[in-house]
Design a protein around this ligand. Structure first.
Ligand code: ADP
Ligand code: ZN
Ligand code: ZN
Length: 741
């Protein structure tokens, strides 16, 4: 008797272990590691889904006590023994259960799409004779036969459509033994290859050449450290990736290219399909489950060699993975916000270790912690200091306090206005960046000072001019814009705090002749909303593109020579320990959109904090000095990468209970804080202290050793659960979150 080792899909710590099940003889031939099975579990023998992670010939449990597998759900494995190792790594790293990690790695399974295919049955001894006879006798059937003679192997649907016959004659031909009908599995294409224009490799610049050679050399090395390519914006990192991938494919291996979802534009994908054609596919959340599953199967069966996609593409099941490239590695979307809260970069490095693949990170503005790894020898470092076109944009910092002193109350400084004007005259394009959608972010009564705020959240309403409504950006609630103050009835309502709609309105007022596009969540709904705007802009259908962070990164438009940052301070005032880093990255990335071809780029950064170091270093495109400054601050303040931060947030409708429970947690934490290894901050209200009527309070715990900190916090939370009723409280815990909430 064979026993299967099964992980049960119930999310509970006490059930997070292997259960043994008997494999009935009739199921044995079909069952492999990596398949899902239905198993009975618990006293009532309820049916659950389980995942087979191994087999054994014997167990310690007496045979009569063991239950049997009821059925097998899959035709082929959804994960391998190596991916089980990866799942075990994720389980430890992200304090969750093995079943949740396996679910995260496995594809969402869709039913195979089957098409019936018709072939001429040339194996039939009397084929020629029957064929002649049929062609002479039956008009309709002869149509099908001559079609098949030209295109042997066509789907029933194609035949019906192109020869205008019904199913009946095809069936009749099958009966006669002239054709055979088979089911064939269809894997949908998700890329349109008809418009792909083939490209040849560029002659690399000297810096590109050095980078390519360095990475190629490491690719053949036994020991594979991850490599960070720090290359300024416009330094041609994509060309480097393409030439490295070429080498990887020549070795019969495959490549995964991770990009932030927002950068997964036709332009980006086109660079890869232009070089590698149909060996490329993509996966992302806008595809249907069936489409995504088909791409997963193509990778597994070797029909493609390059998968491009956002974070979940890291789980692509290539048989001989050679390289994982993580472009724009500093992007916070590489961290998953749902359980398991994995960091794609860490998962990629572990995948590289398990599968023997090289991992390459690329960015113009590396994450401070990543660069620290490169500086301390955990990663290898390659630096590219120059743009391909050798020309950096001129960056002008504009002190908005001085504008006000000089009587300019507009959202645009005079210099920016003049530059836009010049640009329009010269037929060049402009990008205006403001990371805030809507029209006005602050609506209040001038008479009594009342501020329009969402009742369910502790958040100001944002005014949207397109539908004349107030919208809460946290719960989505909206209401008609009141004409009178809800508190005192006065009609003196004032709108402050510009959003992208306001910038659009002002731009159209100031430049009535310009064609203006706006790109933010409000204008990009629908499957291709995002692509359509970019297509219009790159096709020259607009002079000015206004947008939020959606337009800040990755875009390569040669005709853009002016970039304006309307309010650089917004991210500086977020109160997060990463605010300087975020500001520097944002400014460098947005500036990098300007002057990417022959024309010199000009950037205007409007700010009330012109001397802040993140702004000054961004002006000079000086990542290294920024890094040196920032890493010193981190060390002094004991922030990552010098420590780890565990963020604990309790939410619920009973605010008192939340606060009491958090104080209870602090008591427990103090008791178990041996040698004062850990530092606690809080409880205090979260930055947004109420969303959808759920109060939000937090504790922050710092500790130098990740594993100790994790064990400590999880242990204390367990003690809290034992000692108190926590019903109605939702716990949200995150290690080293992207934002301190
Ligand atoms: P990055 O990703 O580093 O910001 P890109 O990969 O977008 O830079 O490259 C910037 C531009 O330079 C692109 O238009 C690209 O086609 C072009 N380019 C890259 N390498 C070369 C080269 N060796 N010769 C000429 N043009 C190049
Ligand atoms: Zn009022
Ligand atoms: Zn709300």
């Amino acid at each position: 008797m064979k026993y299967a080792e099964v992980i049960i899909s119930i999310r509970h710590k006490s059930l997070d272990r292997i259960f043994n099940y008997k494999v009935p003889e009739n199921l044995e031939p079909d069952l492999c590691i990596g398949m899902r099975v239905i198993i009975p579990f618990g006293k009532g023998n309820k049916s659950y889904e389980g995942y087979v992670i191994g087999f054994s010939e014997s167990t310690e449990i007496p045979d009569e006590k063991l239950k049997g597998i009821i059925s097998v759900m899959d035709k082929y494995p959804l994960f391998s023994e190596n991916t089980i190792r990866l799942a075990k790594f994720m389980k430890e790293k992200y304090y969750t259960t093995l079943s949740e990690c396996l679910q995260c790695i496995m594809p969402a399974v869709a039913r195979d799409k089957i098409q019936r295919y018709v072939y001429l049955n040339k194996k039939n001894e009397n084929f020629d004779e029957l064929f002649e006879k049929c062609v002479l006798k039956n008009n309709t059937q002869s149509k099908v036969l001559s079609f098949l003679k030209e295109f042997d192997g066509a789907s029933v649907n194609e035949i019906k459509l192109l020869t205008e016959v019904s199913l009946q004659p095809i069936k009749a031909l099958e009966k006669k033994g002239l054709v055979q009908i088979f089911d064939r599995e269809i894997k949908r294409d998700v890329l349109d290859f008809s418009s792909v224009r083939q490209t040849k490799p560029f002659e690399p610049t000297d810096e590109q050449k050095t980078a390519i050679e360095f990475v190629k050399k490491k690719f053949y090395d036994e020991e594979k450290k991850p490599i960070l390519i720090h290359g300024v914006t416009g330094s041609g990192k994509t060309e480097i990736y393409l030439q490295i991938i070429d080498e990887v494919l020549k070795n019969g291996k495959q490549a995964i290219v991770l990009v932030p979802e927002i950068s997964l534009t036709p332009q980006t994908v086109g660079r890869f399909t232009g070089r590698f054609g149909k060996r490329v596919s993509v996966t992302h959340s806008r595809l249907s489950i069936g489409e995504r599953f088909d791409q997963w199967k193509k990778a597994r069966e070797g029909e493609i060699s390059i998968m491009i996609g956002p974070r979940s593409a890291v789980f692509t099941p290539f048989s001989n993975l050679g390289i994982i490239i993580i472009d724009e590695e500093h992007e916070h979307t590489y961290k998953s916000e749902t359980t398991p809260k994995y960091d794609t970069r860490e998962v990629a490095c572990e995948t590289g270790r398990i599968f023997g693949a090289l991992v390459v990170f690329g960015s113009a503005t590396p994450d401070i912690s990543t660069y620290y790894k490169a500086k301390t020898g955990i990663f290898d470092l390659v630096t590219i200091k120059n743009r391909v076109n050798k020309s950096f944009p001129d960056v002008n910092i504009i002190d908005m306090r001085k504008e006000l002193e000089n009587g300019n109350k507009s959202v645009f400084s005079r210099d920016l206005l003049n530059a836009i004007d010049d640009n329009l005259l010269n037929g060049r394009q402009t990008i205006l960046f403001l990371n805030r959608r809507g029209h006005s972010t602050f609506v209040s009564c001038r008479k009594c000072g009342y501020v329009m705020e969402c009742e369910d959240c502790n958040v100001n309403y944002t005014y949207h001019i397109s539908n004349d409504r107030l919208v809460c950006h946290y719960c989505g609630k909206s209401l008609a814009n009141p004409k009178n103050c809800p508190q005192c009835g006065s009609k003196y309502i004032k709108y402050f705090g510009a959003g992208t709609q306001k910038i659009e309105e002002e731009t159209k007022k100031l430049f009535p002749e310009a064609k203006v596009l706006r790109m933010d969540t409000d204008t990009t709904s629908g499957k291709n909303g995002h692509e359509n705007i970019l297509k219009k802009f790159s096709g020259g259908e607009a002079d000015i593109l206004i947008g939020t962070q959606m337009i800040a990164k990755g875009l390569d438009f040669p005709n853009v020579s002016v970039v304006g940052v309307i309010a650089a301070d917004m991210s500086l005032n977020s109160g997060d320990f990463k605010c300087a880093e975020n500001t520097f990255q944002m400014l460098t990335q947005v500036s990098g959109r300007a002057g990417r071809s022959e024309v010199k780029g000009k950037v205007f950064i409007q700010t009330y904090n012109p001397s802040h170091y993140s702004i000054e270093f961004a002006k000079n495109n000086d990542y290294l000095s920024f890094y040196e400054h920032e890493i010193a601050v981190r060390k002094q303040m004991m922030y990552p990468p010098f420590t780890n931060i565990f963020f604990i947030m309790f939410t619920g409708s009973d605010e008192k209970k939340i606060i009491k429970s958090l104080y209870g947690l602090i008591d427990i934490m103090i008791k178990f804080n041996k040698n004062n290894q850990f530092e606690h901050i809080g409880p205090s209200p979260a930055v947004i202290s109420k969303i959808k009527n759920q109060y939000r309070w937090k504790i922050i715990v710092k500790g130098e050793i990740e594993k100790n900190l994790k064990n400590y916090v999880l242990y204390c939370l367990d003690r809290l659960r034992e000692s108190r009723d926590l019903s109605g409280i939702n716990m949200n815990i995150t290690l080293n979150p992207v934002y301190i909430m």
